[in-house]
Design a protein around this ligand. Sequence first.
Ligand code: PAF
Length: 270
Amino acid sequence: MIIARTRDDLNQTLQKFTQKPGKLALIPTMGNLHSGHLSLVRLAKLNAKKTITTIFVNPLQFGKNEDFEKYPRSEEIDINKLRKEKCDILFIPINRHEVFPKFEEVKKIESGKLGNELCGKIRPGHFDGVLTVVNKIFDMIKPDIAIFGAKDYQQQILISEMSKILHPYLTILKAPIIRSKNGVALSSRNNYLSEKEMNLASNLFKCLENSVKLYNDNVLLNEIIENAQKFLISKKLNPDYFELRDNKLNNINENHFNGKKSFFKFCYIK
Ligand code: PAF
């Protein structure tokens, strides 16, 4: 695996690689790689000849009081994991200027209405920061395919929408959530949770599963939401939101409910 630390390294490496025929698939990450990320690398290898992973903890997507400083960084371990998966290139910039040469002057992409709902309501500016860095990385690497996991479903939708406009020739592949045995979605931030908290978090998955069951049994939407909230509070989990949305994250109401069954469940707990 070739490791590029600067823009110049990256450009030189890409030049060499793109001389040979075959598609290039990109997996953008913030590192601290787990089996969820590695499943994206495997999917990339199935769909393209060459794979590139990026590891960049993007300051633009963290709010003032969020965990940018303490976000888990595990460079050496990540490199070994990617080598094992036979990823071809890793871009892991030495500093933010290798991605944003004029960091202070970056003009952010606005994530619009959806970017300010759900998780965006709790984390103002977060999705603007995500779209800005992802767009930048797409511009720098010009991949044929880019892969994002469904754990960050709202992010996946927003990136797809942005790409349709700014990168129309890029294929966005959507990969499924990878969960631990107790149902908790794998996430780099799970490192913050004790064993007890991980067990507690598994109630979130139980709640989502149960909501789907109620939905399939034609229970009214309000009742599903009330039921979910009661269950979570009984487990001492206090959701920032629990909403029912369709698979494009549009609001759904009882009219939709009686028609097409496009259902997506979404829940986020700080
Ligand atoms: O999902 C992530 O890890 C990040 O939001 C991403 C897409 C790499 C952008 O920094």
